[in-house]
Design a binder for this molecule. Structure first.
Ligand code: NAD
Length: 347
């Protein structure tokens, strides 16, 4: 049986460990590494297998793994990937893959040269709602994309420091950026702004609120709002709305998809619009709602493992080479916040 090891044994690591413990018919959980030994020992205890380490090189030497899950914070990428590629160990790595495009590109080049199988933690791509949304987007020319991700302040100790986390867009809203790219279109340019003033934390260097305007290559425009200022679920928001001229799809990541369309085949006559305040709402609108049916995270992890077992990466929806483009998108938003200018995105 193939041997799997993990580096980084805390929050997202536990999410993967839960999945991996359902996949022990495919892999042996053979080693756990964290800078803090107790965390690695805890994972080993939970898994009921695998030795705990604080040095990933020692773990690689002793276990000789067939694959690794790298679940370290955004600022900790580089050394681990280079050593892993050098040893030709296929790897799954959490997003964001790095906070510097030059580093991410160097890793991508080495992966390509080594012909290594990789996957990145964009599990939202494996949602049961994605194929139906893609069908909608193929059939309906979308003019406008509106997305939001408004949450509370994440608790990881490194999160508030933008140099360590990359900020809201690169660390959190990157899921929205990625799924929009995957399902809809590539961004051509972005204009972003950031703001502070609600969280009242002196250590906070991450913008608490950002707004981003996007021009897509196909001609559509988009707006993405993200914030970490919310203190209650009543203020949370997570939506992606794709608007065509006569239909609209609201995709809630790994939750639901609702498609709004007219009741019959006639175009909506002006008298069938209701004017409310200064906005206009259509009458006779029906909607089709789809709920998530799959465990996207489990499928994501299993797909990588199966790819390594079969030496066939064709089912992996987010290899490193593609995650590089999502990284460029997020870092272009950050660049625009800093420069106050529109940034063209090139891969
Ligand atoms: N895909 C998702 O939905 C999702 C969800 C949450 C977090 N994440 C991502 O996962 C990554 C980790 O986030 P987290 O919340 O688990 O962070 P965390 O701080 O809770 O855990 C990271 C662990 O990595 C360990 N670590 C750091 N450098 C190491 C090294 N060189 N060797 C061994 N261990 C090392 C730390 O000691 C820590 O225990 C982040 O990039 C985050 O954005 C992804």
């Amino acid at each position: 049986m193939k041997k799997l090891v993990m580096i980084g044994c805390d929050a997202v690591g536990s999410y993967h460990l839960d999945n991996l413990m359902k996949l022990t018919h495919l892999v042996e959980l053979a080693g756990f590494c964290d800078l803090i030994l107790e965390k690695a020992e805890n994972f080993s205890k939970l898994a009921g297998s695998g030795k705990a380490y604080t040095d990933f090189r020692q773990m690689y030497d002793e276990v000789e793994p067939d694959m690794v899950f790298i679940c370290v914070p955004p600022f900790a990428h580089g050394e681990i990937e280079f050593e892993t590629i050098e040893r030709k160990i296929p790897f799954f790595v959490e997003k964001p893959i790095a906070l510097d495009m030059n580093l991410a590109k160097e890793i991508a080049h080495k992966i390509e040269a080594a012909g290594l199988i990789t996957a990145v933690g964009f599990q939202c791509r494996y949602s049961s709602l994605v194929p139906t949304t893609i069908d909608f987007l193929k059939e309906n020319p979308v003019a406008l994309v509106e997305a939001s991700r408004i949450t509370n302040l994440p608790q990881a100790p490194w999160w508030k420091d933008k140099n360590k986390s990359g900020g809201m867009l690169a660390e959190s809203t990157i899921h929205q950026l990625d799924i929009i790219r995957y399902m809809f279109d590539e961004p051509e340019s972005v204009v972003s702004q950031g703001a502070f003033g609600w969280v009242n934390d002196p250590d906070m260097t991450v913008e608490e609120l950002t707004t981003t305007m996007i021009r897509f290559k196909g001609g559509a425009l988009g707006v993405i709002l993200s914030g970490c200022y919310a203190t209650h679920g009543a203020s949370y928001d997570s939506n992606i709305t794709f608007s065509a001229r006569d239909k609209r799809a609201v995709h809630k990541i790994i939750e639901s998809l609702e498609i709004y369309e007219k009741e019959d085949s006639d175009d909506l006559a002006p008298d069938r619009f209701v004017t409310k305040g200064d906005g206009v709402l259509g009458k006779d609108i029906k909607s089709r709602k789809y709920d998530e049916t799959d465990d996207a995270g489990l499928i994501c992890d299993q797909t990588f493992i199966q790819a390594v077992i079969n030496s066939d990466p064709s089912e992996i929806l987010s290899p490193y080479s593609d995650a590089l483009k999502t990284m460029a998108f997020a870092l272009a938003c950050n660049e625009s916040i800093e420069s106050g200018k529109r940034v063209n995105i090139s891969y």
